[in-house]
Design a protein around this ligand. Structure first.
Ligand code: ADP
Ligand code: MG
Length: 689
């Protein structure tokens, strides 16, 4: 038996087939198609890369100021010194006196006049032909040479399967109808062009990826994505889920009793989204809906109504949140609403004791538990639901990619076809809604409950910390509560904990009349719950916290938040954090404390946050900065679905791809599978996550 061959450098980069190589497109190009005389090269000077050639007339190793190789070449028009600060003996030999060299680089002014430092060098005959196309520069892992990739790509492009793989699948008539302008290249030509653009190609457009050849490739990729989403959409409609319709027939329903027991009336926006969700739930295929609403807009009660509806029909409902603290908040709220109605609730999280976990699992399995709340522990295999009708998933994008994949596989599995309601305070910009989330129906709560006051956001320098603490003293003196959020330290959770502990001790000493609490990610679930309960009951007036309070925490009397080192937080995080205040009747304040020096980006971020309170605007800014990966939570996978498309730059192509996908599915179903395989391959799964 021979051992399997270890992967070579290219395979390690995922370039393991002609197809992968053909789709490994250059990030930029070098122009080796023209040649300047040495005189012209000298005239062009710095910042203009040139290629020139000549015979070596001098080659010497200097030792001052440091060891280096100086080579001088000459042609009929002049001489050009070349300086190499690092060199191998083989290079020295290659550039010996008499050799003819073709060199590429910029001519700059050195100590002793114009020179080229570390030019790219080839030893070539004076009449060696110039390449006719631009030389591609490929993305490469460290240590993988361009020469190796170029050779492999060139070979791949000649492989027989490439013609078939890149064959034009979209009927020409359709292409011409949908795509504006006449310059749409066939796919194969476009790929070929990108690898070997002619000397006169528009390199700026190539590098910016706006060239028609790029457009063609991007269109193809978006098309595959649209088809795959549309297919997911129709597959969902063929699945079965329990239809919860005709609630009015149910006497004394849980839903009705819940509505009657609420201390408030639903807002118009809540009524509207509830009727959309109600309509979904009354269908016999699974709902796949996102309930979107800014922090504090009241999504939870709408989710509770959906749970009530499922329970009214004899089904279980599950509510899942990405962190224990958020899940607990839901549990507390749901218990407050549902326990008086005689509903059996169950709590399940990873940190439960084995015995309690077993008990919870048993009641979920027997069907005794009607409403189950927890973390992603809910979707683990050891949990089997007696009769799950609805899964509510809060802040879905904050779950890890694996967890989301697991979730969609379990919820989508034969065992567990149920309705799904996602909730998020992060608005999805249109471009994302049309691509990654195209099979998701979205309902938006665009109105806050009455009586909410806008939050005033202030930016303060860290050096004014003492003043801030004095202000805090006065604030707490009025009987109000406050949050103190400690800096995010991405590199080290231990360090984050340390600063939180220090702030806690320091604030405790400076505010002796008040009770200060501390909550952070390392606390045990019960400890966290105890601190949160004490804060909610106003036994604690100032809560020092790490970002664990980012989502979901709801204490209306706490209307002041101080965020230390706000410059380290992202847009979405601060927006979420400050959504913890502004929930009661007091005027709410969020203080963003920053340490200097402040980067230009951080400054802009803080100023935007001070001026803008609209979560949608903030999400758009965020997307333009970070790209969709992070918003989708796909960052961990290192693999956003779209390789060649930039949702900002190429937004206009999305509509076209969507139209083309509809037409293809309607009239050319046989092409659709091929189209999908071509682009998505094994990555198709991530679409569902
Ligand atoms: P989010 O959308 O951020 O999850 P919540 O569901 O936690 O918001 O609601 C925030 C607060 O507003 C909660 O205290 C909730 O009870 C309250 N609330 C929800 N709907 C209304 C309403 N229609 N009128 C008054 N208060 C409401
Ligand atoms: Mg919430």
């Amino acid at each position: 038996m021979s051992k399997p061959r270890p992967p070579n450098a290219l395979e390690k980069m995922g370039l393991d087939s002609p197809i992968a190589l053909a789709l490994h497109l250059p990030s930029r190009y070098e122009d080796e198609t023209t040649l300047d005389s040495i005189e012209d090269a000298l005239i062009k000077g710095a910042f203009t890369p040139v290629q020139t050639q000549g015979r070596v007339i001098r080659s010497q190793v200097l030792f001052r100021p440091r060891r280096q190789l100086m080579v001088t070449i000459e042609d009929e028009t002049g001489v050009l010194p070349l300086r190499f600060l690092n060199f191998y003996p083989s290079q020295q030999k290659q550039m010996a006196v008499g050799a003819h060299l073709r060199v590429r680089g910029e001519v700059r002014d050195g100590y002793s006049g114009p020179e080229m430092v570390h030019p790219a060098v080839k030893a070539l005959a004076p009449d060696a032909p110039l390449p006719r196309s631009l030389t591609p520069v490929y993305p490469a892992s460290a240590g993988v040479s361009q020469t190796l990739i170029r050779k492999a790509v060139a070979q791949a492009l000649r492989a027989p399967e490439i013609q078939a793989f890149l064959a034009e699948l979209i009927p020409e008539a359709l292409l011409r109808e949908i795509l504006p302008g006449g310059d749409w290249m066939p796919l194969h030509d476009a790929i070929q062009f990108l690898h070997e653009p002619p000397a006169d190609a528009d390199t700026a457009a190539l590098v910016e990826r706006t060239h028609p050849a790029w457009r063609r490739v991007q269109f193809e990729e978006l098309l595959a994505q649209q088809i795959s989403l549309k297919r997911a959409h129709s597959i969902r409609r063929q699945r079965h889920a329990p239809a919860f319709s005709g609630a009015t027939q149910i006497q004394n329903s849980i839903e009705q009793r819940l509505l009657e027991s609420l201390p408030f009336r639903l807002t118009g926006a809540q009524e509207r989204v509830w009727s959309e969700i109600e309509a979904d739930l009354s269908r016999s295929f699974p709902m796949n809906r996102l309930l979107q609403g800014d922090v504090g807009s009241g999504k939870t009660v709408v989710a509770a109504l959906a749970c009530a509806r499922a329970m009214d029909y004899g089904y279980q409902a599950a509510v899942m949140a990405p962190t224990e603290i958020l899940a607990e908040q839901h549990f507390i709220k749901m218990r407050e609403w549902f326990e008086p109605l005689g509903i059996e609730l169950a709590w399940l999280s990873g940190s439960l004791k084995a015995k309690d976990k077993k008990m919870a699992q048993a009641s979920i399995e027997s069907g005794k538990a009607q409403l189950i709340i927890g973390t992603h522990a809910l979707i683990q295999e050891s949990v089997s639901f007696a009769k799950l009708g609805l899964a509510v998933i809060d802040e879905q994008h904050r779950f890890g990619v694996r967890q989301r994949l697991e979730m969609s596989q379990r919820i989508g599995s034969e065992l567990l076809y149920c309705h799904q309601l996602m909730m998020s305070a992060t608005p999805i910009p249109r471009t994302l809604a049309m691509t990654y989330y195209a099979d998701l129906d979205v309902a938006v709560i665009d109105e806050l409950p009455p009586g909410r006051k806008p939050i005033t956001t202030k930016i303060v320098r860290q050096s004014r910390r003492e003043e801030v603490i004095q202000g805090l003293h006065a604030w707490l003196g009025k009987g109000l509560q406050a949050y103190w959020v400690c800096p995010l330290i991405e590199e080290s959770e231990a360090l984050q904990l340390q600063t939180a502990t220090e702030s806690y001790a320091q604030l405790g000493a400076q505010l002796p009349e008040f009770k200060v609490g501390l909550v952070h990610g390392r606390l045990k679930a019960e400890e966290k719950a105890a601190v949160m309960a004490a804060f909610k009951a106003n036994e604690i007036q100032l809560l020092v916290a790490t970002t664990v309070i980012e989502v979901g925490v709801d204490v209306p009397n706490a209307a002041l938040m101080v965020i230390e080192h706000a410059e380290r937080f992202g847009y979405a995080q601060i927006h979420q954090l400050r959504g913890r205040v502004g929930r009661g009747t007091a005027d709410s304040v969020c203080m963003l404390m920053y340490a200097e020096p402040l980067s230009a980006a951080a400054k802009e971020r803080l100023q935007t946050l001070r001026e803008v309170s609209d979560g949608f605007v903030i999400a758009e800014r965020d997307l333009s900065l970070r790209g969709p990966g992070e918003l989708l939570g796909a960052k961990q996978s290192g693999d956003t679905m779209l390789r060649f498309v930039d949702l900002q730059r190429d937004a206009w192509l999305i509509d076209l791809a969507q139209q083309a996908a509809e037409r293809l599915l309607a009239g050319h179903a046989e092409l659709v599978e091929q189209q999908l395989d071509r682009w998505l391959g094994s990555r198709a799964d991530f679409l569902k996550a």
